[in-house]
Design a protein around this ligand. Structure first.
Ligand code: 6PG
Length: 244
């Protein structure tokens, strides 16, 4: 059964970021009330940067029990952690280095070295953290959308997109030639809550195709994300929503 997704449109990308930070805190508080930990898969790219900055401000960081938060990554560029393209570096500079989260609760994808090997290492880490589960169940997954409809590093027509057994695989961004490591669609689809963050005019045409899907049209990677037993929210700004 296709999950019902909610689309929330915000006047500005700043309002989108504020709302996403608020949702993160709400999800954390819900989890803190029920579970001993709050597991999150962070998104890379530019759009979540402002959300992470906000989460590191007094208004938000004081409401989260960071020692009970576990931060994972939905994907990584195959570069060292100090490289400007590193999703880990972006999250570290904007959030991780600014909140009292224990280092052992930050689960970086190793971007340097052998991508296949590092994908296996990350999968084993996930299998240990989510021991006993046939698929991991993140409490919250943050995702973005590329202009080509990719999400995390699940690119159109990639074998990674069709993966049905592995939890993490290596892949390549054919457009840039950059090697990537990504969690797979079934992993995202076993999450409790998924939040897509999409901003800017450049995304408007693709977003229209994605949210107004024509019968028989080719499935884009973002459309492979549909939680089996969870919620899906699109937080988008007015520019990205301009063709809806
Ligand atoms: C990455 C992301 C990727 C990103 C989209 C949108 O590592 O690049 O995981 O999927 O979310 O490319 O990127 P922007 O937010 O920069 O537009």
């Amino acid at each position: 059964m296709e999950c019902q997704s909610k689309v929330l449109v915000f006047e500005t990308s700043e309002q989108l970021a504020q709302a996403a930070a608020e949702r993160f805190v709400e999800c954390a508080l819900e989890c803190h009330a029920e579970l001993d930990r709050f597991s999150v898969a962070l998104a890379g790219g530019n759009t979540p940067r402002r959300v992470y900055e906000l989460l590191a401000t007094e208004r938000f960081k004081t409401r989260v029990e960071w020692p009970r938060v576990h931060l994972f990554f939905g994907d990584e560029r195959c570069v060292p952690p100090e490289h400007p393209d590193s999703n880990y570096l972006m999250a570290y500079e904007t959030l991780i280095s600014k909140v009292p989260i224990p280092a052992k609760n930050v689960h970086r994808i190793i971007g340097e070295g052998n991508a296949n090997e590092n994908a296996r290492v990350y999968e084993n880490q996930l299998r240990t953290f989510f021991a006993g589960l046939s698929w991991p169940r993140f409490d919250l997954v943050l995702l973005g959308m590329g202009e080509d409809g990719h999400t995390a590093s699940l690119f159109p027509n990639s074998s990674a997109l069709k993966e049905s057994a592995r939890w993490a695989v290596s892949t390549k961004n054919e457009a840039s030639g950059q090697d990537r490591i990504t969690l797979t669609a079934p992993v995202f689809n076993h999450a409790r809550q998924i939040m897509f963050l999409v901003a800017g005019k450049k995304k408007a045409q693709r977003l229209k195709e994605v949210l107004r899907r024509q019968p028989g049209s080719e499935q884009l990677p973002v459309q492979a994300i549909s939680p089996n037993d969870g919620t899906l929210e699109w937080l988008i700004d007015a520019e990205a929503a301009s063709l809806l």
